[in-house]
Design a protein around this ligand. Structure first.
Ligand code: SF4
Ligand code: SF4
Length: 217
């Protein structure tokens, strides 16, 4: 049974008591996008297509991520690597790769399905708000990991090994002794390391940095 005196006198006081207490607490509102707070380490943000330490792409165009996606947000078209046009170790690579962030619910099922750890998720979310639907369909170039020191933009030959399975075994870029005099002759400005070791650069000969393949996540 209700108590009319309690309803008319005490309940309003109790209600305003909550308001009064809250007035003196620190606000939790974040003034996004002017203020950005760091995410939790395992936050599911924008996807990334990873690379091997020589710059070749890890994606083999198998479409398993697309089949695993409950929102039908991923579109992949695979193609064959050829002599002179190699984008990944092995036979196939992802020629077309799109993620539609109008559909994606950031569940992470696609990265669980990927057999090569080509697809991972970053902590980034800042680019998602937009006023243009077309810009929220990310293409392969938007998703590819940046080139780290020692990586060379594909297409190029396999630099780590002629056997593509060595990539999956974790083999590193081969290291050959470098003659300091020869290096200085090639680059008198000294912008290339003149230490006692250097890194083989394969047929392109374009880079000398050492990479440990840490482009994921
Ligand atoms: S995170 Fe989930 S919804 Fe988004 S692309 Fe991957 S599987 Fe699809
Ligand atoms: S990202 Fe992974 S699962 Fe998706 S097509 Fe590439 S290799 Fe296959």
């Amino acid at each position: 049974m209700t108590n009319p005196i309690r309803e008319t006198l005490w309940d309003p006081i109790a209600g305003f008591g909550v308001t009064f207490r809250t007035m003196f607490r620190k606000p939790v509102t974040v003034q996004y996008p002017f203020e950005k707070v760091p995410t939790a380490p395992r936050f599911h943000g924008r996807h990334q297509l990873n690379r091997w330490p020589d710059g070749l792409e890890k994606c083999i165009g198998c479409e398993l991520c697309a089949w695993a996606c409950p929102a039908d947000a991923i579109y992949v078209e695979g193609a064959s690597n050829t002599e002179g046009d190699r984008h990944s170790p092995g036979e196939r690579y992802g020629r077309v790769y799109q993620i539609n962030y109008l559909r994606c619910i950031l569940c992470g099922l696609c990265i669980e399905a990927c057999p090569t750890r080509a697809l991972t998720m970053t902590n980034e979310y800042q680019d998602f708000p937009d006023n243009n639907r077309a810009d929220l369909i990310y293409e392969k170039n938007d998703l590819l990991a940046p080139l780290l020191p020692g990586m060379v933009e594909p297409p190029h030959e396999m630099m780590i090994s002629d056997d593509h399975q060595d990539y999956y075994r974790g083999k590193q870029l081969p290291i050959f002794p470098v003659d300091p005099a020869e290096t200085a002759e090639v680059n008198p400005a000294g912008t290339v390391s003149t230490g006692s070791t250097g890194v083989a650069t394969g047929s392109t000969g374009a880079s000398t940095g050492v990479s440990t393949g840490g482009s994921e996540e």
